[in-house]
Design a protein around this ligand. Structure first.
Ligand SMILES: [Zn+2]
Length: 313
């Protein structure tokens, strides 16, 4: 039987995913701002930028990205579909909520919120029919606030109802992945169905090993964001953990975007010159090889682990 995963353009056999970046964004923005000040929104220009960046990725051998943009990050499914149609890279889309939830998510209970996520996964997002294939949730510096707990539990229940994986945002310095795992486990989620994201921001090996020993995959997924952890350290941590046998529990990504209303393209180049889609294929894979990570381990993190995450239901 062929296992498929839903993408922006419909189901794709997981065997076709190939090299996959597990935590990226096409566009992130502040919901409501561009709708009210439309002079801030050059949709055609943004699609053109995204089309070029996706072509650059494809030319470098990347065949799929997971777009973990949630409603509070301005998820725009129509735009994602338009970019995917102009691209040869598969785009897997997410449901869920990031760490800046609207009031709606504190005013409604766990099961009501879970039902929204389940709807995105089983019926499709809005009227598009495009189905989410992963659930995003987040804990940042404030930790598990009441509304965040609501969303973490809703994510867990939607995971159990649908079988799709969960992928999180964490504040790694605060080891917030542990509290996420605890809540998911309490809700009965198999922690092997969870990617604890932004773990690559940490060089606390005990923390990272603990997350993986509990069964989860860790996202080494912010390459290029030097202010959280410099590239050399990120590479060193992965090489060390791979040497200890943890390659089956790590995935790679940048958490980059084609366009964001937080930071112009010029500001990105000036302040975060390495933070773009091409950094892993151009710079990180060679650096990992120099650090002793072999091609089989790279294939594991970039191809086999993503596939396995979407294969298991
Ligand atoms: Zn992200």
């Amino acid at each position: 039987m062929t296992t498929t995963v839903e993408t922006a353009l419909g189901p794709v056999p997981t065997s076709e995913l190939g090299p996959t970046l597990m935590h990226e964004h096409i566009v992130t923005r502040s919901p409501g701002v561009q709708e009210n000040w439309p002079h801030l929104w050059d949709r055609a220009g943004i699609v053109a930028i995204a089309e070029q960046k996706m072509a650059d990725l494809h030319a470098r051998g990347i065949r799929a990205i997971v777009d973990l943009t949630t409603v509070d990050l301005g998820r725009d499914i129509g735009l994602i579909v338009d970019v995917a149609r102009r691209s040869r890279v598969h785009v897997i889309v997410a449901t869920g909520v990031w760490w800046m939830p609207q009031r709606y998510f504190s005013g409604h209970g766990v099961d009501e919120v879970a039902a929204l996520f389940v709807r995105d996964i089983t019926e499709g997002i809005g009227a598009t029919g495009v189905k989410a294939a992963i659930i995003k949730c987040a804990t940042d510096t404030a930790g598990v606030t009441p509304v965040i707990e609501n969303i973490l539990r809703a994510s867990a229940r939607a995971q159990k109802a649908t079988g799709v994986p969960i992928s999180t945002h964490t504040w790694a310095a605060g080891r917030t992945g542990l509290a996420q795992q605890a809540i998911f486990a309490q809700e009965g989620v198999d922690l092997r169905r969870v990617v604890i994201g932004h773990s690559g921001d940490s060089d606390d090996l005990d923390y990272l090993r603990t997350l993986m020993e509990r069964g989860s995959t860790i996202g080494m997924d912010r390459f290029g964001l030097e202010h959280f952890l410099p590239t050399a350290k990120r590479v060193e941590v992965i090489a060390r953990l791979a040497a200890e046998g943890y390659a089956p529990r790590m995935v790679l990504s940048h958490d980059a975007n084609c366009w964001s209303d937080m930071l112009s393209e010029d500001d990105k180049r000036r302040t975060r010159p390495l933070w773009h889609y091409n950094h892993i294929p151009d710079d990180i894979l060679p650096a990992l090889r120099r650090a002793g990570v072999n091609d089989d381990q790279i294939d594991q993190m970039l191809v086999r682990n993503p596939r396995a995450i979407f294969d298991a239901r």
